[in-house]
Design a protein around this ligand. Structure first.
Ligand SMILES: [Zn+2]
Length: 405
């Protein structure tokens, strides 16, 4: 038997029949030679392009899912996925990498390796968004055989790293806000994932990377934020997550939220959608009054309190749930500031000014001033909705009792 490296590649992409353009058309011999050289140290190889009905231990009977080439050499099988030739949107070139990861991860053969190869000729493959995704890909085990810019992506070593990078990414690209990583008061890591359309690929990759970092020691809570169409993560992704066995998946839709609202009492409400909406509006947890960023002690504080929403008989249940989970009806506050706000020792005015209750014994004032750095709520909070919630809250208070910091 020949000892030559052998590529086995499905010829057709999903749309090859319609477009007349195959995956083979995109793969120059020079790419394959380069890949072979980098992986095996040899530049001679054989290559078989196979049709949709071909199957073996590593390839299913289908078209080429994942822009995948396999390279078999000695007893190793190498899975290589390729970028698009033209990088158009934020998700191009990333989706197929995730599909390939799913195939790779499900393959029971253990002498296997995973690679990424750039063949892009147009577009920008190194936007901040792409760089974040490459870091996730490195974290889950991809080796990049080439890279479009001189500084290669590094893997994430902690979930905090990921949270920070994600937040930076979000600030620079407002359109990009489908998945959020956070940590709750019990120290559990959480992922809030929109699952509609291309978001599902990004959400899957983020959850894989979190799983790889955390190992088997703890569980991650994955909240699938389902919209009207109730699309959940793709089956292939769910299969991978189940095999990783580090993720508890909670599907949340409006029925689920309604149940949480009805089953909780008083001011209590543990609503994933509220958390998601706050993350969506405000980004990473950081106290609006002191800037504290320790996620374990930052909470979503309702402006119009849940207990008041509950008690208001003039509104129906659907609206109650909507008000109780509205991102505009909330602040990120540290536990201390949350208590001070709930007890109305600190108030916020509709223009965002922060004041404190004059009745507070003056011996406590220096302490309060020292750790309340923001005497004006950050501008990201302020909009008409926010102002209305503030007015509803403050209606019952005697504002003459409050003074400026
Ligand atoms: Zn604080």
């Amino acid at each position: 038997m020949s000892d030559k490296p052998l590529f086995v590649i499905k010829r057709n992409l999903q749309k090859s029949v319609q477009t007349g353009s195959t995956f083979q058309d995109q793969l120059d011999d020079s790419y394959l030679k380069d890949i072979c050289q980098k992986i095996t140290g040899r530049s001679d190889y054989d290559c078989q392009y196979v049709e949709n009905d071909y199957r073996d231990d590593f390839l299913n009977k289908s078209y080429n899912k994942g822009r995948l080439a396999t390279l078999r050499y000695r007893d190793y099988v190498h899975f290589i996925t390729f970028s698009d030739q033209a990088i158009t949107g934020r998700n191009s070139s990333i989706q197929s990498a995730i599909t390939t990861f799913n195939i790779f991860y499900a393959c029971p053969y253990d002498k296997k390796k995973l690679y990424y190869y750039f063949i892009c000729k147009s577009g920008n493959p190194a936007t901040d968004y792409h760089m974040f995704m490459y870091r996730l890909m490195k974290t889950v085990g991809f080796t990049f055989l080439n890279f479009p810019i001189s500084s290669p992506a590094s893997s994430f070593t902690t979930i905090e790293d990921m949270m920070r990078a994600r937040d930076e990414n979000r600030k620079n690209n407002k359109g990009n806000n489908s998945t959020f990583i956070s940590k709750n008061e019990n120290g559990e890591y959480e992922a809030y994932c929109k699952t509609f359309g291309a978001n599902k690929y990004e959400s899957s990759l983020i959850c894989y990377a979190m799983s790889m970092i955390i190992g088997q020691t703890k569980k991650i809570k994955l909240y699938e934020i389902l919209e009207g169409n109730l699309k959940e993560l793709p089956k292939s992704s769910l299969r991978v997550l189940r095999k990783m066995n580090t993720v508890d998946i909670v599907r949340t839709d409006l029925t689920f939220e309604k149940r949480i609202f009805e089953e909780s009492h008083g001011n209590q409400l543990r609503s994933p959608r509220y958390q998601f909406n706050l993350l969506y509006k405000l980004g990473e947890k950081h106290c609006a009054l002191c800037g504290c960023k320790i996620p374990d002690i930052i909470q979503g504080a309702h402006i119009w309190p849940v207990s008041s929403i509950r008690a208001d008989n003039s509104i129906g249940i659907d609206d109650k749930v909507r008000f109780a989970t509205d991102g505009d009806n909330g602040l990120w506050l540290c536990e201390n500031h949350h208590k001070l706000f709930d007890r109305n020792i600190i108030v916020i005015l509709s223009d965002g000014t922060v004041k404190y209750n004059h009745d507070l014994s003056c011996i406590h004032v220096p302490y309060l001033c020292a750790f309340t750095k923001n005497t004006q709520i950050p501008s990201i909070y302020l909009n008409d909705n926010f102002r209305q919630y503030v007015e509803r809250r403050n209606k019952g208070l005697n504002m003459a009792n409050y003074v400026s910091f």
